[in-house]
Design a protein. Structure first.
Lengths: 1076, 272
């Protein structure tokens, strides 16, 4: 795009100048720039919108739009002198400007409806701008539907870049196209197609202003007749029915036709204004045209219209029409279905062409019919004959070419599926006709045109056209035309001549040049995508046929195409200019004197550039559409694939249905078989049933028999049971009899034995009898004495018996008493036992009690023992201390004598033995020079100190022991003996035991024995000593048995201080007791 | 029937109202009325119920064997005990081991040592751990028992019981303590273990001194009721309960020393 932007800028150096200044003051470069800007704006907009959609670009664009709109309006509103001053150049530019503004309008409205509308609202609400709005904006607005975004969207939402992100550039273009009502711009795709159709139909019925456009278009088509497209347009205006259609309400045109017939603005403009407008020309625009150029001058609406309506040259027209027809008529139908469309199309082709054209030509006036030829004719007539001829020839040539071209492509089209097949065929004759008519018209029409122009007031616009057309068509050719045109322009201020002028030129150019870019436009229309495919194929097929194909190829949207045609015309013009001989040119220029050729060339160049621009624009558009077409193609391919798939599926379905039928047949067979089998089974079942019945009967019989048998069996069993009972009875009888037998046998044996006894007894009886006889004899002899004795005996016996009885009684009584006594005693015993138990218990208690007390006492005793031990310890301690002191003193006093003893004592003391007594004991042997006794002394010392193990120490400490037991029992005896020394030497106990004391004596004895028996006999002496001690102890033990009882009382509380020895003795005593 | 009639008819309601001691006191009195006191019953009673303080000394003396089960011999035995006490005390005084200024608990200690034959050569001999246990118990006992003779005897017998009857069980108490603590609150135990405080816990204070000096005497009495009656496991439960009571504070302490210190001073905390 940037390249495109730069290109034109560089071409025209004057651009920069003009932008700041007023548009109409500035030179043509400014116009160029503005047009250029506008032309490029719309694609830019789409591209930018698709890419970014930033609103930053919107502002300058909006401003640009505003400026351009203002320019357009001003130019249009501006004083005619400006226009006149600017001349045709401005007009040409104006056309471009209009077109580009229109495009821009569409883009802006399509992409940013809310913003754009609000901009329009804000800007044109001002009164000063109202006019501009009426003239420029409003007409454009009539070409657009209400944008859905106006309802649903918002300003901010529109500017959202995301909105465009998914869309390609061509998508954006199509989106915009959907909004448009302009057939060239509009898209009939998707949901919009329906609305389009509706919109297409409604306006006609309602006879709205918008409808008129269609009328115009139709009319124009009618005028243009040559185009097959027109036929399609006039589908309803069937050849014979045309009048009907005009009158009949059923048709689309309804009210329109009359107008059209009356007034045929297109016819008026026909030549001048492009008939392409049917689709392209917005209703408003067409209306104004109709008003202006059409019948009544009253209707005449201002100049706003021209922009869209720049009329293309008739030949191009035809091309355009072909294109247009395709989108308008075919496209919607195609969408529905080709089949449905066909019938309509069949009719169409036949109908309109001949009659409609003729009628239109005839009825509506020369202008419409003449169209191209008329204008050409005009031009031709005005110009030199040679030139005319040339031109005529060229034009006719072109026309013929076009027609042929049209015809040629159309035929193949018809050949194919496309609905145009038939269209094309009838189209050919028409075109030929039209061509012929046009050719004829060229020769004949000029006059009527002129006359018409001259004649009628309302026709003045036409007049205005014509003059302009003339110059346009042959600017360079006829100065007169220029003049006239200028004059007409001057005369009619309102003339929208610019529109017509360009067409005129376009005609010229178009006729002269086959549109070089036509092929580019093929892609331009979205609707024709499918058609394009088919067409392409056709083209490929018929490429060989002619190069004119291009001509035939449909032109793009009307307004742009119109522009193009104009430009083509211009090209032609320039060509022709070139062809023209220089002199003629020069003559012309010189003749008129005004217009320098350079100027012309420049303008032309500018135009060329413009066209180039337009071309670029269109190319861009084409590319976008191509992209889109590719996509659509993909869709088509996919659809076809799906169709094929569908067909395949159908085939499969059929196959399956066949299968199903086969299965059904087999099913029936199976059912039949099944029935047969069932019947067989039934028969079998019945047979079996009868069998069963028989068997059952048999069974019953058997059953009865068995029952009888069973009863018999039971009888038998009963019999058997009875028999058994009898048997048992018999058995028992047998047993009984056996028993009886045995008894009897026993009895028998008994009786035998009894008999034997009896015999024996009998014998005895006999013997006794004999004895008795004998005794009787004896008795008889001694009977007298015995009776007294017996009596005596009896009496004695009785007495004795009585005595015994009484005795027994006594004895019994005694027994009773004894028994009683025993019982008493037993009870006593029990009592005593109980008492005993109680006593025992009590004893236990008492024992326990005593034990408790005893324990307490023992514990106390223990304590006492401990105390005494402690005391002993203490005392001994003290003694030790005392002795130490005493010894030290003695040592000082008797050093020489007792040195040894002292030393020994000291030694002993140093030994650590606290017992001083042992020391004394040691002393004795020490003196004797014997060290042996030191042992027992030491041991005894330990025993004394510890106070334990009296037993062990007692043996060793024998010399001391004896006194212990004696202390108690022999106290009386010893008191006298020991009393003195003990009392006398209480403090010196630790020293040598005095010779008088028992210990001393014993010690002496001991030592004496020792000395006597020498050291070797020590053991003996010790043994004897121990024996003596034992004997003494034996005596003591006897005493001691008594002693402890008595000791408890007096001894315990009386650790009398009379003698330490006694205390010690007691201690030992106790120890012994404990030990024992 | 006679017993019932002797009982207070309100006794049924006392427990409902919350005076638990009344009925117990009654039953204890009944128990004590028997001529030959049933020591087993007294044991179970003192294990199940707190002893009324007026009978505590008597029951303890009976349970510890200071008094025989026969009422008759009580007086005599008591005189013996008293005499023994005075004798020993006298002996100690004689050997100038104690003086009037010597604290009573130490006097008891020396008496005890004397009686067990372990009297040191001089009072200045350092104390052995056993002596410290004795001292602590004696101090606590001083607060509980008014009469010094009773106090001495009870202390002595109490310590003897600990040393003889519980000799085997006491060393196992720390283990039992850990076990029960684990059952009650394993987290606390793990905390203690983490602090290495388990081994340094004041087991001696708890199980050897039987909380003497650790708890106030009023509560100590009740614990010792159980100890005297023959169950030393009460010590474990008391220790566990102490730890649970002061769980939060113990958990807050992180070093073994702190924990031991804190637990040793629980008696102070009890009053605060």
């Amino acid at each position: 795009m940037s390249a495109r932007l730069c290109g034109p800028l560089q071409v025209d150096g004057s651009l920069s100048r003009g932008q700041g200044s007023h548009p109409w003051i500035s030179d043509s470069g400014v116009w160029y720039v503005q047009i250029w800007v506008l032309e490029n704006c719309s694609p830019l907009l789409t591209v930018f919108g698709a890419r970014r959609g930033t609103h930053t670009q919107k502002v300058p664009l909006a401003a640009c739009v505003h400026v351009c709109l203002a320019h357009v309006s001003r130019v249009q509103l501006g004083p005619p002198r400006w226009i006149s001053f600017l001349g045709h150049v401005t007009e040409v530019y104006l056309v471009h400007l209009h077109a580009s503004v229109y495009a821009l309008f569409h883009r802006l409205y399509g992409m940013y409806p809310c913003n754009f509308v609000s901009f329009l609202r804000s800007h044109y609400s001002m009164k000063e701008n109202l006019e501009t709005f009426e003239e420029v904006v409003k007409p454009m607005m009539e070409h657009v539907r209400i944008h859905p975004e106006l309802v649903t969207g918002s300003k901010d939402h529109e500017l959202d870049p995301r909105r465009w992100k998914r869309l390609e550039t061509h998508d954006v273009v199509i989106e915009c196209a959907k909004i448009s009502l302009d057939p060239t711009e509009a898209s009939y795709e998707d949901g919009y197609s329906v609305s389009h159709q509706i919109s297409a139909r409604f306006p006609h019925r309602s006879a709205d202003v918008s409808a008129s456009s269609y009328v115009d278009t139709q009319n124009s088509y009618g005028n243009a007749t040559s185009t097959p497209y027109s036929t399609s347009r006039l589908t309803l205006n069937t050849p014979g029915q045309l009048p009907q259609t005009l009158s009949s309400p059923s048709t689309r045109l309804l009210a329109e036709p009359p107008q059209a017939t009356l007034w045929s603005p297109s016819a008026v403009c026909g030549m001048t204004t492009p008939p392409t407008s049917p689709g392209n020309v917005p209703p408003d625009l067409s209306h104004p045209y109709s008003k202006v150029f059409g019948t009544t001058g009253g209707k005449g609406t201002p100049l706003g219209t021209p922009a869209t309506s720049p009329p293309p040259a008739p030949p191009c027209h035809s091309d355009d029409c072909v294109h247009l027809s395709l989108p308008q008529a075919t496209a919607p139908k195609k969408e529905e279905r080709t089949d449905s469309a066909r019938p309509c199309l069949h009719r169409q082709p036949h109908v309109p062409n001949d009659r409609g054209l003729e009628e239109l030509h005839g009825g509506k006036g020369s202008v419409t019919l003449s169209d191209l030829p008329g204008f050409l004719g005009d031009l031709a007539s005005e110009e030199d004959s040679i030139e005319k001829d040339k031109e005529e020839a060229a034009i006719s040539k072109e026309l013929s070419e076009i027609t042929t071209a049209d015809a040629e492509p159309l035929v193949p089209r018809g050949g194919f599926d496309s609905p145009f097949y038939r269209d094309s065929l009838p189209g050919c004759p028409r075109k030929t006709l039209s061509a012929s008519s046009s050719t004829q018209g060229t020769s004949a029409n000029p006059e009527p045109l002129n006359s018409s122009l001259d004649k009628s007031g309302p026709d003045t616009p036409k007049q205005a056209f014509t003059p302009i057309d003339l110059p346009c068509g042959g600017t360079g050719e006829s100065p007169a035309g220029n003049r006239e045109r200028q004059a007409s322009l001057e005369a009619s201020i309102l003339t929208p001549s610019p529109c017509k002028i360009p067409p005129q030129r376009g005609v010229g150019f178009g006729s002269g040049q086959p549109p070089p870019y036509d092929h580019l436009f093929e892609v331009a229309l979205p609707k024709t995508a499918h058609h394009f495919v088919s067409k392409k194929t056709e083209e490929l097929l018929k490429k060989a046929k002619g190069s004119a194909e291009e001509d035939f190829t449909p032109s793009a949207s009307p307004m742009e195409v119109l522009d193009r045609l104009i430009q083509q015309g211009a090209d032609v013009h320039s060509k022709e200019l070139n062809r023209l001989s220089l002199p003629s040119k020069s003559v012309d220029w010189t003749h008129f004197g005004g217009s320098p050729p350079s100027d012309e060339i420049r303008t032309l160049r500018n135009q060329l550039l413009l066209l180039h621009n337009q071309l670029l624009y269109e190319r861009f558009k084409r590319q976008q559409h191509a992209l889109r077409n590719r996509r659509l193609l993909r869709k088509v391919i996919r659809a076809s694939a799906l169709e094929e798939h569908n067909a395949a599926m159908k085939d499969q379905l059929k196959l399956q249905e066949k299968d199903i039928q086969i299965w059904k047949i087999s099913l029936q067979k199976e059912q039949a078989r099944y029935n047969q089998l069932q019947e067989q089974r039934d028969t079998v079942v019945t047979q079996l049933h009868s069998q069963i019945r028989q068997l059952q009967h048999d069974r019953e019989e058997f059953y009865n028999q068995s029952q009888e048998l069973q009863t018999k069996l039971e009888d038998c069993r009963n019999m058997i049971a009875e028999l058994r009972v009898e048997l048992k009875k018999a058995n028992s009888k047998v047993c009984h009899t056996e028993l009886l037998l045995s008894q009897v046998s026993q009895k028998l044996s008994n009786s035998e034995s009894v008999q034997q006894q009896m015999e024996f007894l009998n014998r005895q009886l006999l013997v006794l009898g004999e004895v008795n006889e004998l005794y009787l004899e004896q008795l008889q002899n001694k009977h007298s004495d015995t009776t007294k004795e017996v009596e005596m005996m009896k009496a004695a016996y009785r007495k004795e018996l009585e005595k015994n009885r009484s005795h027994v009684l006594q004895q019994n009584q005694r027994l009773d008493t004894c028994q009683k006594r025993i019982l008493e005693l037993e009870s006593h015993l029990a009592k005593k036992d109980h008492l005993l138990l109680e006593q025992k218990k009590y004893l236990e208690d008492v024992k326990l009690q005593a034990r408790g007390q005893l324990q307490a006492a023992e514990s106390r005793y223990e304590a006492q023992k401990r105390i005494t031990q402690v005391f002993e310890l203490e005392i001994l301690d003290l003694y030790g201390k005392l002795e130490k002191d005493g010894l030290l003193k003695k040592l000082e006093e008797q050093k020489p004598e007792a040195a040894e003893a002292a030393e020994e004592r000291l030694d002993y003391c140093q030994d650590g033995c606290s017992d001083s007594v042992t020391g004394h004991n040691e002393e004795a042997p020490g003196r004797n020079g014997e060290t042996k006794p030191s042992r027992p002394g030491g041991a005894r010392g330990g025993g004394g100190g510890g106070g334990r193990g009296g037993g062990s120490s007692s043996e060793l400490s024998t010399p001391e022991k004896p006194p212990n037991p004696r202390a108690g029992p022999f106290s009386s005896r010893w008191e006298t003996v020991v009393g003195e020394p003990t009392s006398g030497t209480p403090t010196t106990v630790g020293s040598l035991p005095s010779s008088e004391s028992f210990l001393g004596m014993k010690a002496r004895e001991l030592f004496r024995n020792k000395s006597e028996s020498q050291c070797d006999e020590d053991g003996l002496t010790v043994g004897s000593l121990s024996e003596t001690l034992k004997t003494e102890l034996g005596k003591d033990s006897g005493v001691e048995a008594r002693a402890p009882l008595t000791l408890d009382g007096p001894l315990l509380p009386a650790p009398k201080p009379d003698s330490v020895g006694q205390l010690r003795i007691m201690d030992y005593n106790e120890a012994q007791l404990e030990h024992s | 029937m006679t017993e019932d009639s002797q009982r207070n008819f309100r006794s049924v309601y006392y427990e409902k109202v919350g005076f638990r001691g009344v009925e117990e006191k009654k039953s204890l009195e009944i128990l004590l009325k028997d001529d030959r006191l049933d020591i087993e019953k007294l044991c179970t009673f003192s294990q199940r119920f707190p002893l009324p303080s007026m009978y505590r000394a008597l029951v303890w003396k009976v349970l510890l064997g200071i008094l025989p089960p026969h009422h008759e011999s009580h007086v005599q035995v008591m005189t013996y005990r008293k005499e023994q006490y005075s004798d020993v005390l006298h002996a100690l005084k004689v050997i100038r081991f104690v003086s009037d200024a010597t604290p009573q608990s130490e006097v008891y200690l020396y008496m005890h040592r004397l009686e067990s034959g372990k009297l040191p050569r001089s009072p200045s001999f350092p104390l052995e751990p056993e002596d410290e246990v004795f001292l602590a118990i004696a101090k606590a006992m001083e607060e509980m028992v008014e009469d010094s003779v009773d106090c001495y005897w009870i202390t002595r017998c109490f310590v003897n019981q600990l040393n003889s009857k519980y000799r085997d069980t006491l060393p196992q108490l720390p283990k039992a303590f850990e076990q029960y603590l684990n059952l009650e609150d394993s987290r606390l135990l793990s905390h203690l273990k983490a602090c290495c405080a388990v081994s340094t816990l004041p087991y001696e204070l708890w199980f050897k001194k039987c909380f003497a000096g650790c708890l106030p005497e009023s509560s100590l009495q009740r614990i010792w009721d159980k100890v005297v009656s023959g169950s030393c496991k009460i010590l474990v439960f008391v220790a566990v309960e102490i730890l649970l009571t002061f769980k939060i504070k113990v958990m807050a302490l992180n070093s073994a020393e702190k924990i031991t210190k804190f637990l040793e001073n629980v008696s102070v905390l009890c009053f605060t």
